[in-house]
Write a protein of this length. Structure first.
Length: 149
């Protein structure tokens, strides 16, 4: 049993907890409806929310964009340890495209309120594809452990 696989397994479990936090924060900030997404980005006088500016969204999204994509890049490269090369490319494309739309959709909603469904849809596809990837990696890592022991 290689120590690298133990580290990978612990990292995947920790990242799963981080995803749970991301879903919670999304629910608190944006909510799970198109109206709440528009209200968060365009502001609400009833809830004392100011309208987000392009610069404010950029300032918020740029560090998250970089950190999330580097983490996803690392996670998706763990698939190289397993014989799923063709499936890996498809799954990577889904994860990265949905992450890109998840980060870029607030900018679209800022100018076109009608595109608020894109933020909701991209978030659900992003989270579900990452959860599926992590569950698959945990399963494959444990399967590889069981074969080595």
């Amino acid at each position: 049993m290689k120590p690298a696989f133990i580290l990978i397994l612990f990292f995947l479990i920790l990242f799963t907890a981080e995803l749970g936090t991301a879903v919670y924060l999304y629910a608190v900030k944006y909510g799970f409806s198109e109206e709440s997404i528009v209200r968060y980005i365009h502001g609400s006088s009833e809830e004392f929310l100011q309208k987000k500016s392009f610069y404010g969204l950029l300032e918020l999204n740029l560090p998250h964009f970089t950190a999330v994509f580097l983490t996803l890049f690392f996670i998706m490269h763990i698939f190289y340890f397993f014989p799923l090369k063709k499936f890996y490319f498809f799954l990577s494309a889904v994860v990265f495209v949905s992450a890109f739309f998840n980060f870029s959709s607030p900018f679209l909603v800022l100018f076109y309120k009608e595109l608020s469904y894109l933020k909701l849809l991209s978030f659900f596809i992003f989270i579900s594809s990452v959860v599926f990837s992590i569950c698959l990696l945990i399963f494959l890592t444990l399967y590889k452990f069981s074969k080595k022991c």
